[in-house]
Design a binder for this molecule. Structure first.
Ligand code: ZN
Length: 161
């Protein structure tokens, strides 16, 4: 089965930055899955999956503009520490989740720690990086009616309710 609209794709990936440093990998754990055509992934990465089949491996290198954008210098913000979700003691350089008013959360990087307020860099942690994805497609199947209604894939490595 070829990947197209409404395919659920299960895959392993290793993500490296421009220096070859490994940033993330699914290998050694459960593969990741996503619903193709539902804007759940970087558009440039999703495009690279289009038309491929299970068992295929490929690599793709994305410039910052094709991935999470360039770093913005004006993205430092002072927020109350209580809006940050973390375990243990905060430290500079740590990536934590900042709770937003709409109920969501976004990853931010700690820049400076104060007693009650924390300066965070709300650039995406991968902004400014050229990203190399080393991908192996494990399985391609049709999405279920429930997955289509939710707009995301279900199962191990996907969305759990
Ligand atoms: Zn769902």
């Amino acid at each position: 089965m070829q990947i197209g609209k409404n395919s659920v794709v299960t895959f392993h990936y290793t993500l490296r930055d421009e220096t070859g440093t490994e940033l993330e990998s699914s290998r050694g754990g459960d593969p990741t899955l996503y619903l193709h055509g539902a804007n759940n992934m970087l558009p440039t990465l999703e495009e690279a999956f289009n038309g491929r089949s299970s068992g295929e491996s490929f690599q793709i290198t994305l410039a910052p503009a094709q991935a999470y954008g360039e770093r913005r210098a004006d993205a430092i913000e002072r927020v109350p520490a209580k809006y940050l979700k973390h375990e243990g003691k905060l430290r500079v350089g740590q990536v934590v989740r900042l709770h937003l008013k709409d109920g969501g959360a976004m990853p931010v990087t700690i820049v400076k720690l104060g007693k009650f307020a924390v300066d965070v860099d709300n650039n995406h942690p991968l902004a400014g990086h050229t990203l190399n994805y080393d991908i192996e497609i494990v399985e391609v199947r049709a999405a279920t009616a429930e997955e289509l209604a939710h707009g995301h894939a279900h199962g191990v490595g996907g969305h759990n309710h």
